[in-house]
Design a protein around this ligand. Structure first.
Ligand SMILES: [Zn+2]
Ligand SMILES: [Zn+2]
Length: 353
């Protein structure tokens, strides 16, 4: 089966197995076990894009299996390998970058053709659903490589969605003190189980200032402006999420970057290596990451999910192609985390009491 974006807001489910396509040299046809739904997919569905040619099968956060039964994550980039960026190991910045699920057909299908070099073997202890976090966590690892920090650095993250929370979890694992700001009270409530298990503090706002590191994990321009005003002198801002288009930013605010000698680092996507680096973290934090899964659903439920994904009020939806002929979603096995990570007072809330 495959789920095809034929035109804006129209995903068509094609049940029959497609004919086996011509497979280019260096590529392989693999079975898709599951594929997470990303906000990017929902934006393609709603708005299209200048470079998006329809019809297209979306999906870039996938876990696949080859004919020998080996399981893999798929790095979703296809880079030229020869431009100056590729030669520097910055293949996410390749001049000719093409993305699987955007420029090429992706993982919203029972099978996908991908370059063999994009396959990243999964460790035996990592389950298929949690392994869908490979791409988002790879992006997070790229972001943390773009900034400098010390143990106990005070980190502020704007946005309590899947990315912001997974970034906070990763930050804790490397010894930082994250505080997440999420303006929607209902969303904080929605992610309470994750916050409690991971010992992460999430507030609607903070009066505190002088954060060593700030990451924007939401497209809100106000969050970006607050990041500039709340960063410490000589601190780092990681420009992780693009911000809403056609907004204006006050130059008085931009000047703060100058006066504070703040450092601004863009982070965009990730390389194959970042995705490989994600595997040990995902494997050791599976029980927490599972709490960021909203639902695991049979693929034919995808069209109805798109408005929910777009709303940003839910966590990660995962399409499970092994459920293709079932109606219901499956129970997520939320084994209790081995041990809650706990909020040590120094690492927890540093908002004003
Ligand atoms: Zn994504
Ligand atoms: Zn290149």
């Amino acid at each position: 089966m495959k789920i095809v974006l034929n035109r804006l807001k129209t995903l068509e489910i094609v049940e029959q197995e497609p004919l086996i396509p011509d497979i280019p040299d260096g590529s392989v046809r693999v079975e898709v076990l599951c594929c997470a739904v990303c906000r990017t997919d929902a934006k393609m569905w709603e708005q299209g894009h200048r470079d998006l040619i329809l019809p297209r099968i979306p999906g870039h956060e996938m876990v696949v299996r080859d004919t020998d039964g080996n399981r893999f994550m798929v790095w979703p980039g296809t880079n030229c390998t020869t431009c100056s960026y590729c030669r520097q190991g910055l293949e996410n910045l390749c001049e000719k970058m093409k993305i699987i699920g955007f420029h090429h057909d992706g993982g919203f299908a029972s099978h996908v053709v991908v370059p063999s070099r994009n396959l990243i073997p999964l460790s035996a202890g990592l389950d298929n659903h949690t392994a869908c976090f490979g791409e988002p966590v790879g992006c997070i690892i790229n972001a943390f490589e773009k900034i400098e920090y010390k143990k106990k650095s005070r980190l502020l993250i704007y946005g309590g969605g899947t990315m912001g929370l997974a970034a906070a979890l990763y930050a804790k694992s490397i010894g930082l003190q994250p505080l997440v700001i999420e303006k929607r009270e209902s969303k904080i409530h929605h992610v309470r189980a994750f916050l409690d298990a991971a010992g992460i503090c999430c507030e609607k706002d903070t009066l505190d200032n002088e954060f060593d590191l700030i990451i924007n994990a939401c497209p809100d321009v106000i969050a970006f402006c607050q990041a500039v005003s709340k960063v410490a002198r000589a601190g780092w801002i990681c420009f992780f999420s693009g911000i809403a288009k056609n907004e204006t930013i006050d130059t008085n605010l931009v000047n703060l970057i100058h006066y504070k000698e703040a450092k601004l680092a863009g982070a965009y996507g990730m390389t194959r290596t970042h995705m490989e680096k994600a595997i040990p973290f995902i494997t050791s934090h599976q029980s927490y990451l599972k709490l960021l899964i909203q639902d695991i659903v049979p693929p034919h439920r995808l069209p109805a999910l798109m408005p929910k994904v777009l709303s940003g009020s839910n966590l990660k939806y995962i399409l499970d192609f092994t459920l293709a002929f079932r109606d219901s979603s499956i129970e997520i096995s939320h084994q209790a985390p081995v041990q809650p990570m706990g909020i040590d007072t120094a690492a927890g809330c540093f908002t004003v009491d």
